[in-house]
Ligand binder design. Structure first.
Ligand code: ZN
Length: 144
């Protein structure tokens, strides 16, 4: 199987079966983000316990890229130390801005999304959930 096909399959799988996805009670929603150019809408909540991101959950709806990206992100970053989660978010956003290449060792889980940077209109789709998680973490664990 070609690598591109494998990546497409991973994205479609996460779109069809998003991880850490499910309705969030309104009072638990920390962040509500929209990408009006595509119609993507993501609400997200997260918890940090003892310096680890112990809970990530999102709901909403959007295109395959927006949902798959949020799902991949939540699956990979859950239960990681908050410092590592923040640096992964910053690295991912920098890659999608075209500022650097994805490090295949530290960002292996996200390689299926690297190709999105070639499509400027889809970059906002891919980064929506990541911005939401960053904002949520700023609320539950403000950086010192
Ligand atoms: Zn989209």
């Amino acid at each position: 199987m070609e690598l591109d096909e494998l990546y497409q399959d991973i994205i479609l799988d996460h779109y069809r079966h998003p991880r850490n996805y499910g309705a969030i009670p309104d009072e638990e929603v920390l962040v509500d983000e929209e990408n009006p150019t595509c119609g993507d809408h993501i609400r997200l909540t997260a918890s940090v316990v003892d310096g680890r991101v112990t809970h990530i959950r999102f709901d909403g709806k959007g295109c395959a890229i927006s949902m798959a990206s949020a799902s991949l992100m939540s699956e990979s970053l859950l239960n990681k130390p908050i410092g590592e989660v923040r640096s992964q978010i910053h690295a991912f956003l920098a890659v999608l801005r075209g500022e650097k290449a994805m490090d295949p060792e530290t960002m292996e889980d996200f390689l299926p999304l690297e190709g999105v940077k070639k499509y400027p209109l889809r970059v906002k789709c891919a980064t929506l959930g990541w911005h939401a998680l960053e904002s949520a973490l700023d609320k539950v664990a403000p950086a010192r």
